[in-house]
Design a binder for this molecule. Structure first.
Ligand code: SIN
Ligand code: MN
Length: 214
């Protein structure tokens, strides 16, 4: 079930819905994601400087987000050449609940954090149109999330994201710097081998040339 009666907390302008998804809803998402990952397996991306990221990634939707030495961009195909699978309906239901727009997301980025994985402070800015929100769903182990403003060096706030929490970056927080400092590995039993999955839903409006990474 998606809870409708819990008001969001403010986190440096971002909206944090604690315990938005109950255990049954979390498990339903994990089942749906297994199908996605069987078609579009996780891969281990590199940064544009050639350093392996500590998270593993894949995507669902019309476009997937990829990173390699050619840079960060949205691509219509998985690195194997296959089309990305559709975004599961149960995931879209969360977007419909919190995004405040009729438009559906083009991309659901799926990040898997194993023991020791983290994500450096960054902005989500490859989407072309920043008038749509970024909606992020946490599943599995707790993660220490950090968010600031639109300047990398500015002050930040931190909060632990637990399984079933949903975070929305929109309006002034749409381009806020954010990242994951660390995990409490093993804190949740949602995922068979522990770890954390983060789903990031985004509308993408980029010219076709950029969709092919040109
Ligand atoms: C991201 O910004 O790509 C992921 C954030 C998270 O894992 O919560
Ligand atoms: Mn991000």
């Amino acid at each position: 079930m998606i809870a409708h009666d819990i008001p969001p907390m403010d986190l440096a302008g971002a909206r944090l819905y604690k315990e938005k998804l109950d255990r049954a809803a979390q498990e339903a998402l994990v089942v749906a994601l297994r199908d996605v990952v069987s078609v579009a397996p996780f891969f281990h991306p590199e940064t544009r400087w050639g350093k392996k990221m500590s998270v593993r990634m894949t995507s669902a939707g019309r476009l997937g987000w990829v990173s390699d030495r050619r840079g960060y961009r949205y691509e219509p195909h998985h690195p194997t050449g296959a089309e990305w699978p559709a975004i599961p309906d149960a995931v879209l239901d969360v977007w419909r609940d919190v995004a405040g727009t009729e438009r559906l997301p083009d991309c659901c980025l799926i990040n898997y954090y194993g023991d020791g994985a983290r994500m450096g402070l960054h902005q989500d800015r490859d989407e072309g149109d920043f008038s749509f929100p970024v909606v992020s769903i946490s599943l599995g182990d707790d993660a220490l999330f950090r968010v600031g403003g639109i300047e990398r060096q500015g002050p930040t706030q931190s909060a632990w994201l637990g399984s079933g929490d949903v975070l929305v970056l929109d309006g002034p927080s749409r381009l806020a710097y954010h990242g994951i400092d660390r995990l409490r590995f093993g804190s949740s039993d949602l995922l068979r081998d522990h770890g954390r999955i983060n789903l990031t839903l985004r509308v993408v409006d980029v010219p076709p040339a950029r969709e092919t990474g040109a």
